[in-house]
Design a protein around this ligand. Sequence first.
Ligand SMILES: NC(=O)c1ccc[n+]([C@@H]2O[C@H](COP(=O)([O-])OP(=O)(O)OC[C@H]3O[C@@H](n4cnc5c(N)ncnc54)[C@H](O)[C@@H]3O)[C@@H](O)[C@H]2O)c1
Length: 366
Amino acid sequence: MKTINLNLTGRSYPIWIDYGITDKIVFLLRSYKNTKWIIFTQKSIFKFWNNRITSILDSNNIDYKVIFLEEGEDAKSIDSVSRIYNELIQIGCNRETIFLGIGGGVVGDTTGFIASTFMRGISYFQVPTSMLSMVDSSIGGKTAINTSRGKNMVGSFFQPKGVIIDPDFLETIAGKEIFSAMSEVVKYSILFDKFFFSYLNKNLEKIIERDQKTLMKIISKCCELKANIVSIDEFDNGKRKLLNFGHTFGHALEFNSNLEIDHGQSVAYGILFATFYSFNEKKLSKKNFDKIFNFFKKIHLPKLKKLKFSSLLSLMKNDKKSDNDGINFVLIKDMGQPYIEKINDEKIIKYLEDFYEHISYKWTKP
Ligand SMILES: NC(=O)c1ccc[n+]([C@@H]2O[C@H](COP(=O)([O-])OP(=O)(O)OC[C@H]3O[C@@H](n4cnc5c(N)ncnc54)[C@H](O)[C@@H]3O)[C@@H](O)[C@H]2O)c1
């Protein structure tokens, strides 16, 4: 078992990673054995894992209750969360209760949000089951729900007590979710470690085939990189902002497509947009530009429909990285050398038009 510590003064927590670690969950959380456990998950996940999880809890006499969140991003709505608050009161939860979010990023974000607000804060654990949640969203304590006007617009920083990563869960995940998560994985490599980028480039086939050793390596590497950043800048005031690479454009695209383009695919386009901008502003070399575009060619992104650039711009402005003078974008000078630049509206629109043309007419040509 690999253990990575996320160091925060007084609130450090472990990230445990191993195949089969789910079977040790009661041992890992042994100090909570006599409290009530609330498991937040989704039916689409639990249909595969119900027996495995409940048999461990039953055989250890854990007092638990499973609460099913809605499917997809609907789980992250205020209405859905409000229903859950009432259910928790009805069940008789108190401040000793612990929450476990067993699911992908949607379950993790929602569980964290409920934990941070219900009774002014409940201890919770992240048990990520999708690739994206294992490499990114389960770590760092960003919790969020959506509003009808934007994704992740309401949330908090609220750290879990621990993260339990069992890559066994990836057995039942759809192939497209692995592709989709690769955007976040590649994000880490471009931002912080060019050798990791080369490793991903060489081992993409093995990742897609879910080779255990390769998955262990990339999940551990991403967790280490994220834990390091979060321990330096928990509240997103400095270095952590770099993790927004690809996300300003990505969130806007995801929302604009009515979530037809999923989070990972949208972030992939966001990374490409940032790469396109950095190259055309003469900050990034052609060699690196090609490396990044060629990598994403292998990931089969959905074709972009005609975009309304002004709508994308206003969605980007709703994101949390803008002020009156423009939007802060994370860009790159080289692999491992990110920087932040504020770009004004006029320039963003021009680059959106050029980028769309590049993506739609040049890049996709064989
Ligand atoms: N908090 C953060 O720091 C952070 C970072 C990145 C993304 N996010 C959020 O994460 C969400 C995206 O996460 P995601 O890609 O995991 O999406 P997701 O949670 O919607 O999961 C993707 C799909 O896979 C299914 N699934 C998950 N695990 C499964 C398993 N083991 N077997 C079978 N099916 C399984 C889910 O039911 C869903 O249909 C977005 O809401 C995004 O905003 C948060």
